[in-house]
Design a protein around this ligand. Structure first.
Ligand code: FEO
Length: 386
């Protein structure tokens, strides 16, 4: 597939993967993107996952039709992109490996070599001429690892963006970009809002017409939408007004309280209500929903004097991913000594800029008039904020 004059796609689709990065379900697979830039000199942009070395090399050779690459540009050292670096260097012994100093330190750790004698260390602002095309390197630390660089080709207005603007899903499956790009972003890059903001400011100074990420489709239309989404996500802004109710329930009574709250919110005019069962639904989707909306209700049972495990795990995901700038309410259930709200509040206090609602809900076993009244009061308070 040709992307621009002399720029070709040589990535692969993975439909065998059970969990991406050991934890994320990928119902539509995963794409590991790689690109070839053909000029007087030839550069290959990143390698692919360990299971696809032969397919990747075959694609490179089909594009090059007898020529051999001069450079392998290593933008990111996570193994989904770096696992086949030595496949490449063995196959093309005269090619030079290009990357940041951090990338070469990681190559030492992964491969036991920094490819001395055939390496080129680059940093922010450095350029590499291929002939008529010049590669400009942009430091993008922590998007998603510290060694990451982006690469810009001004001649074609193409930005190679490493993990940024990537998504879950193989390229032979047609699906909405936003949903799986958002789940990917908040699961994998979401903790690094400030570094993403820094690199977006650098990208804003460039004339970009095509974005080539390491996952997901090549973006060549409506770039303002994708960049706008990244601006919102990386600044922890609210993308969609609404309330997310994330819950766990043991015998169904907490679920009943959640369903009543959801219905009451809708009846009172809440613009959007999302309900997720933390024990049964994909928690990465729940994390994505929590970041997407401005209001979060955490509902769970008291367990061992604290918080039920599924909720405890979810809140730790939020903490780990720098959840912030949101309004949070609590629904607790406890048959003899409700303590879940205290436990959830102690955890949520680790997140920055959280506003807590005045009203919360305590259920003692099952709903009664008192807890129904609390649900009504909480719904009033939340709806008044839209
Ligand atoms: Fe796609 Fe951070 O690796």
């Amino acid at each position: 597939m040709q992307i621009a004059d002399g720029i070709f796609y040589v990535g692969v689709n993975d439909h065998q993967l059970d969990l991406f990065e050991g934890q994320y379900i990928v119902p539509n697979g995963m794409a590991y993107n790689s690109y070839v830039i053909v000029d007087d000199k030839i550069a290959v942009m990143d390698s692919v996952d360990a299971n696809f070395g032969d397919e990747w090399i075959a694609k490179i050779e089909e594009v090059l039709d007898g020529r051999t690459p001069d450079y392998l540009i290593v933008q990111h050292m996570e193994p989904d992109h770096s696992a086949n670096i030595t496949t490449f260097t063995d196959r093309y012994p005269d090619a030079v490996v290009v990357g940041s100093v951090g990338a070469f330190n990681m190559m030492q750790n992964y491969f036991g070599t920094k490819f001395e004698g055939r390496n080129l260390v680059v940093k922010e602002g450095d350029t590499l001429s291929l002939g008529s095309k010049e590669l400009s390197f942009i430091a993008a630390p922590n998007v998603h690892w510290p060694e990451v660089i982006f690469t810009y080709v001004a001649a074609d207005k193409v930005l190679f963006s490493a993990d940024a603007f990537g998504k879950f899903g193989a390229l032979d499956v047609d699906e909405d970009w936003d949903c799986e790009a958002r789940r990917y972003y908040f699961g994998i890059v979401g903790k690094f809002g400030a570094p993403v903001q820094k690199v977006l400011a650098k990208v804003a100074k460039l004339d970009v017409q095509v974005i080539c990420p390491l996952h997901g489709p090549i973006l060549s239309e409506d770039l303002g939408h994708y960049i706008g989404q990244y601006q919102t996500w990386s600044s922890y802004g609210v993308e969609t007004p609404g309330v997310v109710i994330a819950y766990s329930s043991v015998y169904g009574h907490t679920k009943e309280a959640v369903e009543l709250l959801a219905q009451t919110l809708k009846d009172k005019g809440c613009p959007r209500v999302v309900v997720t069962d933390l024990a049964r639904d994909d928690q990465a989707e729940a994390v994505e929903d929590a970041f997407r909306h401005g209001h979060l209700v955490l509902a769970t049972t008291t367990y061992c004097g604290g918080v039920f495990p599924a909720m405890d795990q979810f809140i730790h995901h939020l903490i780990d991913h720098a959840f912030q700038k949101r309004t949070v309410a609590f629904v607790e259930n406890g048959s003899w000594m409700p303590a879940a709200t205290k436990g959830m509040r102690a955890l949520m206090d680790k997140c920055a800029n959280i506003t807590y609602t005045e009203h919360n809900v305590t259920v003692k076993g099952s709903l009664n008039d008192a807890s129904r009244a609390q649900i009504d009061a909480l719904a009033d308070e939340l709806v008044a904020q839209f």
